[in-house]
Design a protein around this ligand. Structure first.
Ligand SMILES: [Fe+2]
Ligand SMILES: [Fe+2]
Length: 221
């Protein structure tokens, strides 16, 4: 679909997310899965969640005149993914691990303590680190070299990793009760959940740009 094109209920969620800059924020707001469950028509996704189709389609339509947030040219898009997502995950995740360890230790007797959050974040740091390194050392250089249709194997391996990341996101959402600290939570606890929410937002957008925008340009089918 093109920018400025009318949004129809039979367009797939992933297709809209890929083509319409900012659509992912609307999908997140309404808790519509655009990343790994985006292969359904938007009308169906809205009906399933009892959402007002007119309202949500209207919000999407209003976006359609805006310029995209990520560069459309492939080399610039890869650079954007590395600087805006890979580098940001690498700088923020270690801090979140430390913060989670502190909150879990200080509030170990609190009924709502997110016991196990630091472990999930530590595993995510390791898995995501390996994954991003594979993209940067193998896949992205091949893409910069214009190897269209010759990197199906690495791309499908990266898509499988993304499915694992989606499971991590679900675990993070669950253990933090949708990033909602309990009433009276200290500043550290609040900062921790804000940070995890941001990590999930970034990671979702990051995987979307790869799954729905970058990878299809190189897949042979
Ligand atoms: Fe990536
Ligand atoms: Fe990736």
């Amino acid at each position: 679909m093109e920018q400025n094109q009318a949004i129809h209920p039979d367009m797939h969620v992933g297709e809209i997310a890929a083509a319409l800059a900012g659509a992912t924020a609307i999908f997140r707001k309404h808790k519509i899965d655009f990343c790994c469950g985006g292969n359904v028509p938007i009308g169906e996704a809205l009906a399933k969640k009892n959402l007002d189709a007119g309202l949500v389609l209207g919000e999407l339509q209003a976006l359609a005149a805006k310029p995209p947030e990520a560069p459309s040219e492939t080399i610039a898009l890869i650079e954007h993914i590395i600087r805006r997502y890979h580098d940001v995950h690498r700088s923020e995740l270690p801090e979140l691990v430390k913060l989670a360890k502190r909150v879990e230790a200080v509030h170990r007797d609190h009924a709502d303590v997110p016991a196990g959050l630091a472990d999930i974040l530590e595993t995510a740091l390791e898995d995501l680190g390996d994954h991003m390194q594979k993209e940067e050392l193998i896949l992205f250089p091949a893409m910069r070299g214009g190897m269209v249709g010759m990197v199906d194997g690495p791309i499908s391996a990266m898509r499988e990793d993304h499915d694992d990341h989606a499971l991590t996101i679900r675990a993070l959402q669950e253990i933090t009760h949708g990033y909602q600290p309990p009433a009276g939570a200290c500043r550290s606890w609040q900062a921790l959940y804000r940070g995890v929410d941001k990590l999930v937002t970034d990671l979702t957008e990051h995987m979307h740009l790869e799954n729905n925008v970058l990878f299809p340009r190189f897949e042979s089918r």
